[in-house]
Design a protein around this ligand. Sequence first.
Ligand code: ADP
Ligand code: TRP
Length: 359
Amino acid sequence: MQNAPLLWGFLLLSQRKIGIIYSIKKAKVMDDKIVLTGIKPTGTPHMGNYIGALKPLVELSQNHKTCMFIADLHALNSIHDAKEIKQHTYEIAAMLIAMGLNLDNAILFRQSDINEIYQLNEFLMNVTPKGLMNRAHSYKAMIEKNSAAGEDVDAGVNMGLYTYPVLMAADILLYNSDIVPVGKDQKQHVEFARDIAGYFNNIYGETFKLPEPVISEDAGLIPGLDGRKMSKSYDNTIPLFAPSNELKKKIMRIITDSKTPEEPKNPDESTIFQIYKHFANESEIAEFRKMFLDGGMGYGTAKTILFEKIDSVLAPARAEYERLMANKSEIDAILADGAKKAGFVAAKTISKVKKKMLG
Ligand code: ADP
Ligand code: TRP
């Protein structure tokens, strides 16, 4: 779309700003590029999700046009409970807003609110080779697991899961995205979107831009309470906005080794330190590191320092999150506004595609 930047400029009229603004460390993205990403509403956001996925997006939105949606259609292949999807959708939206997503630059919307997404998905199905889907890592992992268990290879695989990359390509192509920041696990899906755009352009002539994946600089995997990767599947998470007393209880449960308070400790192997460094400033991090290395600090004290840091840093955002969750109509209004703006771009793309494919 030749005049897309103009269109976006027009759409991104000033809205409002709230919450904490984090410094931008990693944005390597050109100013005039359209950055798009989606987040699946499959769980209550935990610290791993925040540090690994959401914080970089909030930072990016400080000085880039970003298009961010809650990928509720993508949640459907694993969650068949509308209430649950809706609740997580609100949680993610509220969290992004409370953490300072810059709504002057970001369009935030719900994937399913844009009717054109269902249409583009259908159109793209017809230029996507089945073999491409067979090569998708997530599908392959599933069939390998099934065959190792002696089950039918496709057991538990619905068509939503199998064709997941087509819907994701539709997400990316519908809004003329240039840059798609994703975690490592999603890189192949963005490459598939490029492939699918290429197949389409070969048949119907230049239509779609080829998107670029940007793999979030490794924030590192945030460890959970038991030291494994923090993940809802391991039940070892610390919810980002747990109330103070719950947060404290969780932090006190972090598993540590059995070093005595006097012994020096390795901060880089400590879950406590790994989490702390995402919430503190540089001099605080250096000081805490030294306390580990010098010895003389017990893990109980280290946990209290971690708790106090997180609790105070997150207090304003947590209050805003709670306020938004108690006023869902405010979130609805932001999502509706986002959908209106995104829908405008989507309608233009679809009319072009429909014309090319059906005349
Ligand atoms: P979970 O493992 O809890 O199911 P998801 O797979 O839904 O989390 O992850 C959503 C996003 O959060 C992904 O982009 C992923 O990169 C990021 N993420 C999840 N857990 C962590 C973690 N422990 N450390 C860093 N990033 C994480
Ligand atoms: N598949 C992504 C995930 O599981 C979420 C997603 C859906 C997405 N559509 C997207 C990410 C488009 C980037 C662009 O995390």
